[in-house]
Write a protein that binds this ligand. Structure first.
Ligand code: UDX
Length: 440
């Protein structure tokens, strides 16, 4: 199949590259010429394990190319994927400006009947709106069919998820369109769920809302565990063995971030509101997450009697999760400005997100890609991201390098038995605090 993909963000780039890898001839279109220039040379614009090799391989085989000009990518395509961003508007709803622009670009450039596939996460009803928009603006008698094919990949394992996903959801406006898309996706060898368009759109929002709910649920349980003297990890283990609950997404911490959960949960609340449905459960999930992101700050202030003026603070991790340089909705963006406001001197460590962080957190704090550099002479440490470098650290490093080995761990990186052996004062989420003087 000749395929065009509009948008080379996380979803668009990985989709385009994966479709070329399974044998389709793919043109990825992005309005940013500098991105196109880099990608055409085989240099990825995002950090994603395995992606660079696939880009280079498929450019080499002639299956993959990049352009910033719609008139070069669209006229030949039999199927066009829209994979542009749907950022959050101030009122929480999804902003469809980029999707609508992509629709107008398609209408202006296609010369035959095609299938348009929406990959972007869009509110229920958007697929039909976009189909109508394109059909209103096409020249001649060209008509498009529409299909919803939501994406479930995770950042940091996007390539792996694309080739080994749990399911591919295809919501098509008729059986023939659904079947063409099923054939396009067949080489992925992944179970295909064929459904109607509105249900496909809903599956994406419901999946993300459910996963966010699992996280907020376990975080509430964690907070309760702290008051009850229980250990949330034991609780999650015991719950997760029930196959109806499952062990995944029960890791307590300082809340979910990233480009999807915060945006999609807010959008679903909005969507429900538009249909006169108060989605109170999801509103609580969002509220719990907002509170969770500042939880460490409360622990820090209560430990230091509300005064951290002039203290040197090592912040470990800036990205919203490990294996990505993405800071979107990271708890770091909430916690670090507060620490600075309270007069702390922050030195932040991240192995790959420092450049992105500088753009958002500015020069008021120090940065390092060396974990030990951050710890030197620190009054206390705050762990925000569970990077493997942090998780596998020998705990003696904290007492060796810090002024005082006081650690606030927002990701429960360390085994409490190991912490007990080390002479560190340790606060984590939903587990008993560990202070050297209290032990033995
Ligand atoms: C998510 C969905 O997993 C994916 O299917 C969807 O397409 C996009 O959104 P992603 O944002 O890349 O993917 O990250 P994910 O690995 O799901 O983690 C999201 C956030 O939840 C992270 O901040 C992570 O730290 C947090 N999380 C995850 C927890 O706090 N506890 C958990 O048990 C799992």
């Amino acid at each position: 199949m000749k395929i065009a993909v509009i948008g080379t963000g996380y979803v668009g780039l990985v989709t385009g590259v994966a479709l070329s890898e399974i044998g389709h001839v793919v043109t990825c279109i992005d309005v940013d010429p500098s991105k196109v220039e880099r990608l055409s040379k085989g240099i990825p614009t995002i950090y994603e394990p395995g992606l660079e090799e696939l880009i280079k391989k498929n450019i080499g085989s002639g299956n993959l190319r990049f352009t910033s000009e719609h008139q070069k990518g669209l006229p030949d395509a039999e199927v066009v994927y829209i994979a542009v961003g749907t950022p959050q508007r101030a009122d929480g709803a999804a902003n469809l400006d980029y999707v609508e622009q992509a629709a107008l670009d398609i209408a202006a450039n296609i010369k035959r009947d095609i299938i348009v596939v929406i990959k972007s996460t869009v509110p229920v009803g958007t697929n039909f709106h976009i189909r109508n928009l394109i059909n209103q603006h096409t020249m001649n008698s060209v008509r498009v069919k529409i299909a919803s094919n939501p994406e479930f990949l995770r950042e940091g394992s996007a390539v792996e998820d694309t080739f080994h996903g749990d399911r591919i959801v295809i919501g098509a406006e008729d059986a023939e369109t659904g079947e063409i898309l099923a054939q396009i996706n067949k080489p992925f060898n992944t179970p295909i769920v064929k459904t109607d368009i509105s249900s496909a759109e809903m599956i994406k929002y419901s999946s993300n809302a459910f996963l966010a709910t699992k996280i907020s649920f376990i975080n509430e349980i964690a907070n309760l565990c702290e008051s009850m003297g229980a250990n949330v990890e034991e609780v999650a283990k015991g719950m997760g063995l029930d196959h109806r609950i499952g062990p995944d997404f029960l890791k307590a911490g300082i809340g979910y971030g990233g480009s999807c959960f915060p945006k999609d949960t807010n959008a679903l609340v909005q969507l429900a509101g538009n249909a006169n449905h108060e989605f109170n459960l999801l509103k609580s999930v969002i509220e719990v997450n907002n509170n969770q992101q500042v939880l460490l700050l409360h622990k820090i202030l209560s430990r230091f009697g509300d005064d951290i003026q002039g203290k040197r603070v090592a912040v470990l991790g800036l990205a919203f999760k490990p294996n990505t340089d993405d800071l979107r909705e990271s708890p770091a963006l909430v916690i670090i400005p507060k620490l600075v406001e309270l007069g702390a001197n922050v030195i932040a460590y991240d192995p790959i997100a420092v450049n992105n962080a500088k753009k958002q957190l500015g020069t008021e704090i120090g940065y390092t890609e060396d974990f030990t550099e951050a710890l030197k002479n620190a009054d206390f440490t705050v762990i925000i991201t569970d990077w493997s470098e942090v998780k596998k650290a020998n705990l003696s490093i904290y007492s060796q390098l810090m002024k005082e080995p006081i650690v606030f761990d927002g990701r429960n990186c360390y085994d409490l038995n190991e912490v007990k052996k080390a002479t560190i004062e340790y606060y984590s989420i939903g587990r008993p605090d560990q202070a050297p003087e209290l032990i033995g």
